[in-house]
Design a protein around this ligand. Sequence first.
Ligand code: ZN
Length: 160
Amino acid sequence: MVTFIADCMLGKLAKWLRILGFDVLYFSKIEDSELVRIAGRDGRVLLTRDTKLAGRARTVRTLLIESEKWEDQVRQVLDVFSLRDEAAPNSLCIACNLPLKSIPRERAMNLVVPFVLERGRAFALCPGCGRVFWKGTHFEDMEGRIESLLGRKNRKAGPG
Ligand SMILES: [Zn+2]
């Protein structure tokens, strides 16, 4: 599966690609040369809004992001790499970019507040930062956005 590294201007794009389950490295501060080096080392596609950087980064695969709107940016990446069917929403930690591990409700019990435990349908733990993620009514808003980005309905993916 294709993996990415996003430039400093693309924080929201990086976050949403992670929400959709795609491996994206993102640093809020990083030198252009370092972005290119990591992209080359890991075989990641460099996502950038910087035409100069895109021009200079000839040794790595680069996608010049066209829109200023994050929704359109996400759609551009999904379109270019035909990723709509590869998406696995809520399978990666938004903070660490690491795969989440599904955990049973009993284990989540000690890790989340009762409100969440009551409403959560499925729980997952990040092995990096220890955060617990859950699906529930609370997040229908986000799920609606995910569906709209992917242009599909009633499909389940990710933990649970
Ligand atoms: Zn994490």
